[in-house]
Design a protein around this ligand. Structure first.
Ligand code: ADP
Ligand code: MG
Length: 697
C-alpha cells in the first residue's frame, strides 16, 4: 500500500508537479499569476496546458473538463476527450492553452434567474489558476469560473473570488496603518466540518422519499433514537470505519486535508473535518468531499445522506464554517497575539467582524436559507434563526472594559490598561463552551454554525468576506485621515463595540427567553427561507455588494429569483412525492391490512362466537378512520399543489408553499405516522425509522 505522504495530492497538478514539469520561466510566470491574480499570457497557457495534459495522461486521464459551480448548488462538468485526428487516420492527444483558459459549455439549462433573457444564452468558463487542476475518474478537471457572455456571474465562485479580493484590499490598508506594508495579500481561511448520515443501500432503495427528495417524508418515531447519547463520539462500527478509510484515501489523493472523523449525536450520523485552507480552495474541496462521500458510500453498499434533515425527530446535519483572516505570510489576524500592539490590531479586526455581523445579520441568515435548512434552524438542536455572536468570558470582559474605558484584570490577575497604544493583553480563550451560538469565537477564528450540511460553503463566505471588507473600509477611511493614530484607533474601537454590542450574546441560544431578548435588542429573527429572502434586495444589501464589486444589481436580482424558485421547486417535489407514496403505496397497504383484520374477525366469529375479536375490530375501525383522514389530507395536498400554479410572483409563491403546501404536508404526515404504529410491519410499504437508522452495523 502507498504511504499517506505518497498518496497525498497524487492526483493534483499542484505546485510540486508544476515545478517539476514546467520550464523555469513558465513556472515563474504562472506562479506570478497565481499569487497576484494577473491574467495568463496565451503563450504560457499553451506550455502549461501541454504539461498538464501529459501529466494527466500519466494519471490515466483521457478527457478534460472545465469544472464549475453553477447556481444549482452542485458542481458541473462536461467531458471532452484529448483526441485530435491526424491525416493518416490516427489520432494524437492534444490540449491547447486556449482550451485550458476558456471554455464555452452550452449553458442554456443552468439557472440564470433571468440573466440569460437579457444576454446571450451561452456561458463561458475561465480557469481559476488559484485552484489546482486535478484528475477525477479519468478526467482532468480544471477549476473554473462560469459567466454569461456579458460577464455576469452565473456561478458561486466568481463572487467568492471577488469578495476575497475586496477583503484583501481593505485589510491591507489596515495593516499598513499598523506599519505592516510588506503583506502582498490577505486571505480568508475556511475549515468546514461536514456532518452526514450513512444508511444501507437496501433500505434506501425502498424509500421513494429519500430517492427523490433526500429526506424522509413519512416515518413514525422509533423506540430508540438519540435519547441515550450513546452514539456521540462512540466506537466507530467496522463498516463505517472501512468507509472512512476509503474516503480518506480518495480525499488525500485529491489534496484534501481530511483530518478528523467521529460519530455524531444521532444514530447513523457522522462528521468529517478537514484542516482549514484558503477559502476558494476550501469551497472546491468541500464540493469534492460531498461528491466523494456519496460515491464511496455506494461502493460500500451504503448511501450517504447529505440532506439537512433526513429524519424528523432526530438531529439534522449541519456544516460548521470555521473562518479566519490571515496574511500571505500565514499570520492569523484573528489571533489575539502576544504584544499590546498585536492586541490592538486584533481588536480592530475583531471589531470589524462584530460590526459586520451586526449590520448584515439578514444577509448571513439568507446565505444559509434553504427549504432543507428550515427544518433545522430554530429547532432544538441547531443554532436558532437569530444571528448573534458568542465571544467567551475572557474576550467578553475585554470588550466590556473597552466600552467602559476601564482597566481589566484577566484570569491571571494581570493589570491591563486600555490606553492608546497599550490595548489589553489577555490570555487566549480556546474553549468552545457554547454550542448553541450561531457565530462563536473559538480562540483564533469564528465558527459560523448555521450552514446546512448540503449547502455550498460559498454563499456564507461571500457575505462574511464582503461585510467585513466594508467594516475595514470604513475603519481605514477614518484612521488614514487621523492626526493622532493611537487616539483615533482607541475611539474607533470603543465606539464600534458600543454601537454593536447588541449582537453579542453569551447565553443559551436555544432558550425561549433569548428569542424575547433578541427581539428587544432589535435583532432579526427570520424564521424561514421566504422570510429571509424578502430582505435580500434591501437597499443596504444591494449597496454593500455593488460597492465592493461582488455583485451587480442584476446579478443580485437573478440570485434572488433563483433562490425563491429553488425553494418552491423543492417543496413541490416533496409534495408530489408524498402524494404518490400515499396514493400508490400507503392507502392500498392500510386498506388491505384493515380488510385482512375484518376477514380474520369474520372467520373467527364464524368458527365460534365465543372467540374475542376486540383487537381485530378495534384496530380495523381505527385504521379505517385514519385511512379516511389520510385520503382527505392527500386530496387537500393535491389541491394545495395545484393552487401554486396560479401565483407568478416568486416571493408570493414561496410564501404560499410555506403556509399552504408545507402545512398540509405535515398534516398528511401526522396521519400516516399514526397509522404506522397500528399497521403490521408486513403490510407497511417502507422500511421504518428503526430499520433505517440502525441499518449499518
Ligand atoms: P473543534 O471545533 O472540534 O474544537 P478545531 O477548533 O481545532 O476543532 O477546528 C475545527 C475546524 O476549524 C477544523 O476544520 C480546523 O481546520 C478549522 N480551523 C482551525 N483554525 C482555523 C483558521 N485559522 N481558519 C479557518 N479554519 C480554521
Ligand atoms: Mg467545531
Amino acid at each position: 500500500m502507498k504511504s499517506v505522504t505518497d498518496m497525498f495530492g497524487s492526483l493534483v497538478f499542484n505546485d510540486c508537479s508544476m515545478k517539476e514539469r514546467l520550464p523555469k520561466e513558465t513556472y515563474k510566470a504562472l506562479h506570478k499569476t497565481i499569487e497576484n491574480g494577473k491574467s495568463l499570457d496565451p503563450n504560457i497557457a499553451n506550455v502549461v496546458a501541454n504539461a498538464m495534459k501529459d501529466w494527466a495522461i500519466e494519471k490515466g486521464a483521457t478527457h478534460y473538463t472545465h469544472w464549475f459551480e453553477p447556481m444549482t448548488g452542485i458542481t458541473a462538468e462536461k467531458h471532452d476527450s484529448f483526441i485530435s485526428p491526424e491525416k493518416n487516420g490516427g489520432i494524437i492527444m492534444e490540449f491547447s492553452g486556449k482550451e485550458l483558459v476558456r471554455g464555452e459549455p452550452d449553458a442554456s439549462s443552468f439557472p440564470s434567474g433571468g440573466l440569460r433573457a437579457t444576454f446571450e444564452a451561452r456561458g463561458y468558463t475561465a480557469w481559476d489558476p488559484t485552484s489546482y487542476a486535478f484528475v477525477k475518474d479519468g478526467v482532468l478537471c480544471i477549476p473554473t469560473v462560469f459567466c454569461s457572455y456579458g460577464g455576469e456571474a452565473l456561478d458561486k465562485k466568481t463572487p467568492l473570488l471577488r469578495s476575497m479580493e475586496s477583503i484583501s484590499r481593505q485589510a491591507k490598508r489596515i495593516l499598513k496603518l499598523f506599519g505592516n506594508d510588506t503583506v502582498k495579500t490577505v486571505k480568508t481561511t475556511v475549515g468546514p466540518e461536514q456532518e452526514y448520515f450513512l444508511i444501507s443501500k437496501e433500505v434506501y432503495e425502498q424509500r421513494e422519499d429519500l430517492l427523490y427528495t433526500g429526506r424522509t417524508l413519512f416515518g413514525a418515531k422509533p423506540p430508540k433514537g438519540q435519547e441515550l447519547d450513546d452514539h456521540y463520539f462512540g466506537v466507530i462500527k467496522d463498516a463505517v470505519k472501512d468507509y472512512m478509510t476509503d474516503l480518506n484515501e480518495e480525499l488525500w489523493k485529491l489534496g484534501i486535508l481530511a483530518k478528523t472523523e467521529h460519530n455524531e449525536v444521532a444514530p447513523a450520523q457522522h462528521e468529517l473535518a478537514p484542516i482549514f485552507t484558503t477559502t476558494n480552495l476550501a469551497v472546491d474541496h468541500n464540493y469534492l468531499t460531498m461528491e466523494l462521500m456519496q460515491k464511496v458510500a455506494k461502493k460500500h453498499n451504503m448511501v450517504c445522506l447529505l440532506h439537512e434533515k433526513p429524519f424528523e425527530g432526530i438531529n439534522g446535519s449541519g456544516k460548521h464554517n470555521n473562518w479566519s483572516i490571515s496574511t500571505d505570510a500565514g499570520v492569523n489576524l484573528l489571533d489575539p497575539g502576544e504584544t499590546p500592539y498585536e492586541n490592538a490590531q486584533f481588536l480592530v479586526f475583531l471589531s470589524a467582524v462584530i460590526k459586520a455581523v451586526d449590520e448584515y445579520q439578514d444577509l448571513l441568515r439568507i446565505s444559509v436559507a434553504s427549504a432543507g435548512n428550515d427544518h433545522r434552524l430554530g429547532a432544538n438542536e441547531a443554532p436558532p434563526a437569530i444571528v448573534s455572536i458568542f465571544l467567551g468570558d475572557e474576550l467578553d470582559a475585554v470588550v466590556k472594559a473597552v466600552i467602559a474605558g476601564k482597566t481589566y484584570e484577566s484570569g491571571k490577575a494581570e493589570k491591563m490598561e486600555i490606553g492608546v497604544h497599550v490595548l489589553p493583553k489577555f490570555p487566549k480563550d480556546n474553549t468552545d463552551r457554547n454550542r448553541t451560538s450561531p457565530f462563536a469565537f473559538t480562540g483564533n477564528k469564528f465558527e459560523f454554525r448555521m450552514l446546512g450540511s448540503a449547502a455550498s460553503v460559498s454563499d456564507p463566505n461571500i457575505v462574511l468576506n464582503t461585510a467585513v471588507a466594508e467594516s475595514l473600509k470604513q475603519f481605514a477611511d477614518e484612521l488614514e485621515g487621523a492626526e493622532d493614530f493611537g487616539k483615533a484607533l482607541n475611539s474607533l474601537v470603543k465606539r464600534t463595540l458600543k454601537e454593536h454590542k447588541k449582537i453579542i450574546f453569551n447565553g443559551n441560544g436555544y432558550d425561549d427567553a433569548w428569542i424575547a431578548e433578541a427581539e428587544k435588542r432589535g435583532l432579526c429573527n427570520l424564521k424561514t427561507t421566504p422570510d429571509a429572502l424578502a430582505r435580500y434586495l434591501d437597499p443596504k444589501n444591494v449597496s454593500l455588494f455593488t460597492k465592493h464589486g461582488v455583485y451587480t444589481e442584476a446579478e443580485m436580482q437573478s440570485r434572488y429569483e433563483i433562490a425563491l424558485e429553488k425553494y418552491c421547486k423543492t417543496i413541490n417535489i416533496e409534495a408530489l412525492t408524498m402524494i404518490q407514496m400515499t396514493k400508490r403505496d400507503l392507502l392500498p397497504a392500510v386498506s388491505a391490512y384493515a380488510a385482512e383484520l375484518v376477514e380474520t374477525a369474520l372467520s373467527k366469529k364464524a368458527l365460534s362466537d365465543k372467540i374475542d375479536v376486540t383487537y381485530e375490530e378495534d384496530c380495523a375501525a381505527k385504521i379505517s378512520k385514519l385511512t379516511a383522514k389520510m385520503y382527505a389530507k392527500v386530496t387537500a395536498l393535491e389541491k394545495a399543489v395545484e393552487g401554486a400554479d396560479k401565483i407568478s410572483d416568486g416571493l408570493k409563491s414561496a410564501i404560499y408553499f410555506k403556509d399552504k403546501v408545507l402545512t398540509t404536508m405535515s398534516e398528511l404526515r401526522e396521519t400516516a405516522d399514526k397509522l404506522e404504529t397500528f399497521v403490521s410491519d408486513e403490510y407497511w410499504p417502507f422500511p421504518s425509522y428503526g430499520k433505517m437508522l440502525f441499518s449499518v452495523q
